[in-house]
Ligand binder design. Structure first.
Ligand SMILES: Cc1ncc(COP(=O)(O)O)c(C=O)c1O
Length: 429
C-alpha cells in the first residue's frame, strides 16, 4: 500500500468519501487520490515521493505556478502580523482599488470566501435589483453548490452523474430555468414566455465545467441583448475566466459588459476568496448601504487579500498570457496532429492557457449533449496512464486543465508525448 492509499483509508473513516470536495475523489478515473505534500513551479510532489507536472493548478487559482515567491512573501509578511481581525484592514482597500483599476467596467466589489458565495450573493443582488425571482442557467455550467444552482450542473455533478442534489427543495429548483449552452433560439423562447419573471441570466462566458466549451459567435451578444430588452441582469460568472486570458475580466475580451460579475480562484492566488463586482447602482444595494444582506466573518481577510494583490500585480507586471496560450497550443497541436494522422476519436481543445482532451470523434463541442458523447472509460484509462508517467491532470473528462506561467516548453512537450504514447498503445485504428 502506498502512503497515499493509507491516508485515503484513514480519511474515509472521518471525511465523507475521504475528500473535502467531491471533484477530488478519483472514482471517475478508477483509482484513489494522490496526496500532495508540496508544490514548486509547475511541479507537485506526492507523499509517496513521486513528482508530477501539474496541469490542475489547484483547479485554476495557481496561474503563476506553485509557491510563487511574490505571493508567498506577501502571505508570510501579512500572516506574521495576524491572520484575521474581523475588522477593516488596509489590504482589502488596496485589493479593491487594484481590482477596479484592472476591470474598468466595475465600480465596486464585495469580497467573500469562495466562488460559491460570490454567485449566491450575485443572484440575491439580481433578485433584489429586479424584484423578480427566476434565474436562467445553462446546462453543464457550474456556479458553485448553492441550492438553486445544483440543476443540470457541470464539474463534480457531471463527473459523478448527479443531475441535481438531494436536499435541494423543488421550490428552489423551480425558480431556475435551464437552457442549452450556445442555444440562442431556446433562450429567446424562454424569455418570450416568462421574460417578466426573470431576474438574471447566469453564464460561464467560456464554459469550463463540462470541459472547455467556447461561446459560439453571437451567443454572449445575444444574452446581453435579451437581458437588456427584458430588464434582466446578465451575470458573468468569471470564477474561472477572470484574469485567466488577460489581466482583467473575460468580458473585455468578449466586448460585452455584464450587469454583475463574480470572481474567485486566481484573484486569491491560492487563498480562499471570491468577489461580486458590478456598477455602483447594483452594488450599493448591498448592506449596509442597501437592503440586500450579505456578510462574512473572514471576508476581506488580510492574508487572502495580500495573496490576491501579489498575484494580480505579478500578472500585470509580467503579462504571461501569450506564453500561456502558446504552451497550450503547442500541447494541443501535437496531439491533434497525431490524432488526425491516425484517424483517432480524440481531440484537444485549447483556449488561452486552458485545454481539455475530449475522447470523442465529434469535432464540434458546443454544449453538454456534445460533451456527454465522450468515452469516459477511455478517459479514465488515459488519466491513469498519465499519472503513472508523472503528469497530473484534472481528474475528470468534464474539467479544464491549466497551463501556468511556471510551465516550460519542455513540461508541455513531455505531457503531449505521454498522451501520444497512450494513444499509440490504447486506441486502435
Ligand atoms: C465557474 C465557477 N463558478 C463557481 C465556482 C465555485 O467556486 P468555489 O469552488 O470557490 O466555491 C466554480 C468552481 O469551480 C466555478 O468553476
Amino acid at each position: 500500500m502506498t502512503i497515499s492509499e493509507k491516508l485515503f483509508e484513514r480519511a474515509c473513516k472521518h471525511i465523507p468519501g475521504g475528500v473535502n470536495s467531491p471533484v477530488r475523489a478519483f472514482d471517475a478515473v478508477g483509482t484513489t487520490p494522490v496526496y500532495i505534500e508540496s508544490g514548486c513551479g509547475s511541479r507537485i510532489l506526492s507523499v509517496d515521493g513521486k513528482e508530477y507536472i501539474d496541469f490542475c493548478g489547484s483547479w485554476g487559482p495557481l496561474i503563476l505556478g506553485h509557491s510563487n515567491q511574490e505571493v508567498l512573501r506577501a502571505v508570510q509578511d501579512t500572516a506574521e502580523k495576524g491572520l484575521s481581525f474581523g475588522s477593516c484592514n488596509p489590504l482589502e482597500v488596496e485589493f479593491a482599488e487594484l481590482f477596479c483599476e484592472l476591470i474598468p467596467h466595475v465600480d465596486m466589489l464585495r469580497l467573500v470566501n469562495s466562488g460559491t458565495e460570490a454567485v449566491m450573493t450575485a443572484l440575491r443582488l439580481a433578485r433584489g435589483f429586479t424584484n423578480r425571482t427566476n434565474i436562467v442557467k445553462f446546462d453543464g455550467c457550474y456556479h458553485g453548490h448553492s441550492d438553486c444552482l445544483l440543476v443540470s450542473a457541470g464539474s463534480g455533478l457531471l463527473t459523478n452523474s448527479i443531475s441535481s442534489s438531494k436536499g435541494v427543495t423543488d421550490k428552489a429548483v423551480s425558480e431556475v430555468i435551464t437552457s442549452p449552452y450556445n442555444d440562442i433560439e431556446k433562450l429567446e423562447k424562454i424569455f418570450a414566455e416568462q421574460g417578466d419573471t426573470i431576474a438574471a441570466v447566469i453564464v460561464e462566458p467560456v464554459a469550463g465545467n463540462m470541459g472547455l466549451v467556447m461561446p459560439k459567435k453571437g451567443f454572449l451578444e445575444a444574452l446581453r441583448k435579451i437581458c437588456t430588452q427584458y430588464g434582466a441582469c446578465l451575470i458573468f460568472d468569471e470564477t474561472i475566466t477572470g484574469f485567466r486570458f488577460h489581466c482583467g475580466a473575460y468580458s473585455e475580451i468578449a466586448g460585452i459588459t455584464p450587469d454583475i460579475s463574480t470572481f474567485g480562484k486566481i484573484i486569491g492566488g491560492g487563498m480562499p476568496i471570491g468577489a461580486i463586482a458590478a456598477g455602483k447602482e447594483i452594488m450599493e444595494l448591498l448592506a449596509p448601504l442597501g437592503e440586500v444582506y450579505q456578510a462574512g466573518t473572514l471576508s476581506g481577510n488580510p492574508v487572502a487579500a495580500a495573496a490576491g494583490i501579489a498575484t494580480l500585480r505579478t500578472l500585470k507586471a509580467t503579462n504571461p498570457y501569450s506564453k500561456l496560450s502558446e504552451l497550450a497550443s503547442l500541447f494541443g497541436d501535437k496531439i491533434n496532429t497525431y490524432a488526425q494522422e491516425n484517424k483517432l476519436a480524440v481531440h484537444c481543445k485549447t483556449y488561452g492557457g486552458t485545454f481539455t482532451l475530449f475522447f470523442t470523434a465529434q469535432d464540434e463541442i458546443n454544449n453538454l449533449e456534445d460533451v456527454k458523447n465522450c468515452d469516459t472509460e477511455l478517459f479514465a484509462a488515459y488519466y491513469r496512464y498519465m499519472l503513472d508517467k508523472g503528469i497530473y491532470m484534472s481528474p475528470s473528462q468534464f474539467e479544464l486543465n491549466f497551463v501556468s506561467a511556471a510551465h516550460s516548453r519542455q513540461d508541455v512537450e513531455t505531457a503531449a508525448d505521454a498522451v501520444i504514447e497512450f494513444l499509440s498503445t490504447r486506441i486502435k485504428l
